[in-house]
Design a protein around this ligand. Structure first.
Ligand SMILES: Nc1nc2c(c(=O)[nH]1)N[C@H]1C(S)=C(S)[C@@H](COP(=O)(O)OP(=O)(O)OC[C@H]3O[C@@H](n4cnc5c(N)ncnc54)[C@H](O)[C@@H]3O)O[C@H]1N2
Ligand code: MOO
Ligand SMILES: [Mg+2]
Length: 405
């Protein structure tokens, strides 16, 4: 049996190198960028008016002028006009290009427009502070050809907006790994079926599929019976078709727990079996040398859940080439005692305390088969192996499974 730290290390040594694929920008959110994105033009690409009002020449104001005849209107999206007479003005709108021969914008709030003899004037009553007031100057944010987004960035709406503005309709990203999710067990029937008294509907593969979907991976689901020959034949095919298999069930000590044996016969090299943790102790991990990775997770649903969030999710991110996710700490709210010499993943409900830190309230569950209890939880606190009493106020790593922050 190995420690949680050791398991994390061994998994970290078996990260996939995924090919690059080109996707539509509209499909790229959440993907990992595999090309650098540079500015095609200056940001902003022209002197951009940033307030609705009038544009003048500052020099005219400095000569004592405070009332300007309005020559016309410069709207956003219209080519630049040029002020004809130095002591006149043009009305300008936010987003418009600054008209030629002007260098200062005064907001409508700081002036009054009046009409005399059919001619419109703007009288300003708040002095402009200087040249280029209310002008977002060409190139002041970024310069053409500046690197904007390095390869390896996990794309969020902020990056999508910038990629759009540089004119890319498609973008190179990591191709998601091909993953097969395989539930095993003769007691399991499909969701659409009516289970007999000794059967249950299988849920783990749906849990895993949904959790992978959140990582941008569309995994295929399979179900296999507890039959050694069938497991051998089916897993053989799946190993040839996928980059990784995520199995659930059949890895403990039962008479029908054939998975470790069958994987060994198929040439999957065991990297570890059994991790000093609860839940999830019987976790098996291995790899076909230079080939697919196999996560064989314990079948109890809470164990499958914990192993996914602690081990599989970070592995998917690393394989995609994304930086590791931040693991926040949360303040334990109630004393918790756990004596076995194992790391304990405690289901908790989190909130934000008065200090702004996450607080974690333990959720009591009826063992690792009680996955309905997770409906009240937000994630797990990792309580270290070396300790057995965990006092209220102590701070531990939190692995969340809800989009709440
Ligand atoms: N003698 C021992 N027995 C067990 C040990 C042990 O150390 N010694 N470990 C226990 C622990 S801890 C766990 S966790 C389970 C792991 O069992 P397996 O990985 O072999 O999984 P199964 O036996 O196939 O199933 C366990 C349990 O989970 C249910 N299950 C399985 N797959 C699904 C699914 N897709 N959806 C919903 N539920 C599923 C299954 O029906 C069983 O109830 O072993 C303990 N035993
Ligand atoms: O560790 Mo098992 O994973 O308790 O249910
Ligand atoms: Mg079993």
């Amino acid at each position: 049996m190995i420690t949680v730290t050791e398991a994390v290390r061994l998994i970290g040594e078996n990260i996939l190198t995924l090919p690059i694929t080109e996707v539509a920008l509209t499909e790229a959110n959440g993907a990992v960028l595999r090309e650098p994105i540079s500015a095609d033009r200056d940001f902003p690409p022209f002197h951009r008016v940033s307030m609705d009002g009038i544009a003048i020449r500052f020099a005219s104001f400095q000569t004592g002028e405070d009332t300007f005849r309005i020559e016309g209107v410069q709207l956003a999206g219209a080519p630049a006009q040029t002020l004809q007479q130095a002591d006149n003005c043009l009305e300008v709108m936010t987003g418009a290009i600054l008209p030629g021969n002007t260098d200062t914008v005064i907001r409508y709030e700081d002036l009054k427009i009046f009409e005399r003899n059919g001619i419109r004037y703007a009288h300003i009553f708040a002095a402009p502070k200087g040249r280029m007031q209310n002008v977002h100057q060409c190139g002041s944010d970024r310069r053409a050809s500046d690197l904007l987004i390095p390869a390896g960035t996990l794309l969020s709406p902020a990056e999508i907006a910038v990629i759009a503005t540089v004119g890319k309709t498609t973008v190179q990203v990591s191709q998601p790994p091909r993953i097969a999710i395989i539930s095993t067990g003769d007691e399991l029937v499909e969701v659409s079926e009516m289970p007999l008294p000794h059967q249950i509907r299988q849920s783990n593969s749906y849990l895993l599929q949904a959790a992978l979907q959140e990582q941008g991976v569309k995994a295929e689901r399979f179900h296999l019976r507890d039959d050694k020959a069938a497991l051998f034949a089916e897993l053989k095919t799946l190993l040839s078709r996928f980059d990784a298999l995520i199995l659930s069930g059949g890895v403990s000590k039962g008479k029908a727990d054939f998975i470790p044996e069958v994987l060994a016969e198929l040439g999957v090299q065991k990297l570890f079996h059994e991790v000093a943790q609860r839940p999830g102790k019987p976790f098996w991990f291995g790899r076909v040398p230079d080939g697919p990775i196999v996560f064989a997770l314990p079948g109890n649903p809470v164990s499958t859940f914990v192993c996914f969030y602690k081990y599989v999710r970070p592995w998917v991110r690393a394989s995609l080439g994304a930086p590791a996710a931040l693991v926040p700490k949360a303040i334990l709210q109630e004393e918790t005692v756990f004596r076995p010499n194992l790391t304990y993943f405690l289901p908790v409900k989190v909130a934000i305390g008065t200090s702004g830190m996450l607080t974690a309230k333990p959720i009591h569950i009826g063992g690792s088969g009680d996955f309905a209890a997770l409906l009240s939880a937000d994630g797990f606190l990792e309580l270290p192996q070396k300790q057995s009493t965990f006092s209220a106020g102590e701070v531990y790593s939190f692995y969340g499974f809800r989009n709440i922050i």
